[in-house]
Write a protein that binds this ligand. Sequence first.
Ligand SMILES: Cc1cc2nc3c(=O)[nH]c(=O)nc-3n(C[C@H](O)[C@H](O)[C@H](O)COP(=O)(O)O)c2cc1C
Length: 195
Amino acid sequence: MTTSQRIIVGISGASGFQYGVKALELLREQPLEVHLVVSKGAEKTCALETDYRLDEVMALADVVHSVGNLGAAISSGSYKTIGMLVAPCSMRTLGSIANCLTDNLLTRAADVVLKERRRLVLLARETPLNLGHIRNMQAVTEMGGIIFPPVPALYQRPQSTDEIITHSVSRALDLFGIDVKNIPRWGEGNLDHHA
Ligand SMILES: Cc1cc2nc3c(=O)[nH]c(=O)nc-3n(C[C@H](O)[C@H](O)[C@H](O)COP(=O)(O)O)c2cc1C
């Protein structure tokens, strides 16, 4: 029996719940089974920062796992995935991942992705950074994860917040070999207006 490839999306409680939603929207166009886990912190940012209802966000994923369910499939390395995107990634979740503290399903799934040497991309969001944040970023990088702060690419002259978010998330998905259509790329003709 063949199964389609799977990717895990974690949404944690940093500012930018919209990054997670955008990832789910873009992944719907891909031939991938999307597994979603939303932290308690993200439930709060969803309510405080956006007009989304959590159930409509969850409906964008193929499989939704409760953050407390440490017995979920994505808690085991034997359950094959291409990796995990955490968008956005709070400093609390970053710290847990950096120190292998598998205290909920989101951080356990990330830990599993690292131990299986699969792709882990963290859209880490905080500013400014203290030394603890930087050390945690170093530790995750040394373990093979990718720290991807969602810094706006102003070279693409974005016209809206949605464009900024779409560009960051598309570039993060690039790191999984996922090709999001119509992403503006330097040198491919659609950004050369001021070259
Ligand atoms: C509106 C709001 C915005 C927040 N923004 C950030 C942020 O940008 N970065 C961050 O690390 N934490 C941020 N926090 C704090 C986290 O939500 C908090 O540390 C939480 O415990 C994270 O838990 P989680 O990683 O399990 O989601 C914010 C909290 C709220 C309520």
